[in-house]
Write a protein that binds this ligand. Structure first.
Ligand code: ZN
Length: 233
């Protein structure tokens, strides 16, 4: 089975639309979403509609949780908090209802899916490196765990950061972010995984950043949330 793994869409409909159009050309069997469909971007309702139509599995992210309960946004940075407030006010009741029933983790055979970390998923720990992954590796038994949350694509084995997933060993793979990449590269990011060949590819692609940024400004969201889309930060 060929799996497309998307994460951290963050209300960026332009990036999501481009990613799905590309996935449609990549002979993918299933699309799964690791959460943070909303927050930061100006099209949370449209993104939820599209993800619901296209994804087999959708997990809960911290920004999805914050859009239901603003207390969660108290630990956010100022701009994240302002966008959580805006999302809370602009999400349709049906979409809030949908987010409410999302789960934190899901297993498909030897694959674990989670938004932030398999170690206490509800605490939303960040995994940026090998050291932060140590506890995480002890917290799951599957061979590979796909995560999002940091918006930085990364492949970690139990020995350290690597470039390619191999047949042997266990891995934590961050697929990056569709709607707000933060690795200094503004191209949208997602993962493709072939469960038979056990091959992983990180896909990067262009989308209409100008339109997405324009909508952020029009919505009255903090300007920096529009500007960062061009920088990939
Ligand atoms: Zn996120």
């Amino acid at each position: 089975m060929r799996l497309a793994i998307i994460s951290d869409i963050h209300g960026n409909l332009e990036a999501l639309t481009s990613a799905l159009a590309l996935i449609d050309k990549q002979s993918v069997d299933e699309i799964v979403c690791l959460g943070d469909v909303v927050g930061y971007g100006a099209s949370p309702n449209e993104c939820i509609d599209m993800v619901r139509q296209r994804c087999k599995i959708i997990l809960l992210g911290n920004h999805d949780a914050a859009a239901l309960d603003l207390n969660i946004a108290e630990q956010f940075t100022l701009n994240a908090r302002l966008s959580a407030q805006w999302t809370y006010e602009n999400l349709l009741p049906d979409n809030k209802q949908f987010l409410k029933q999302l789960l934190l983790t899901k297993t498909i055979g030897d694959i674990l899916l989670v938004h932030a970390s398999p170690y206490d998923p509800e605490e939303w720990h960040y995994i940026f490196n090998y050291f932060e992954a140590k506890e995480a590796f002890r917290s799951f038994t599957e061979r590979i765990c796909f995560i999002g949350h940091s918006h930085v694509p990364l492949i970690l084995s139990e020995e350290g950061e690597i470039r390619h997933v191999k047949k042997e060993g266990r891995y934590i793979v961050n697929v990056g972010s569709i709607g707000q990449p933060r690795d200094g590269n503004p191209l949208l990011s997602y993962g493709l995984f072939d469960t038979e060949a056990w091959e992983y590819t990180n896909v990067r692609a262009e989308y209409d950043k100008y339109k997405a940024a324009h909508k952020v400004r029009e919505a009255g969201l903090p300007r920096v949330l529009a500007d960062r889309l061009f920088l990939g930060i």
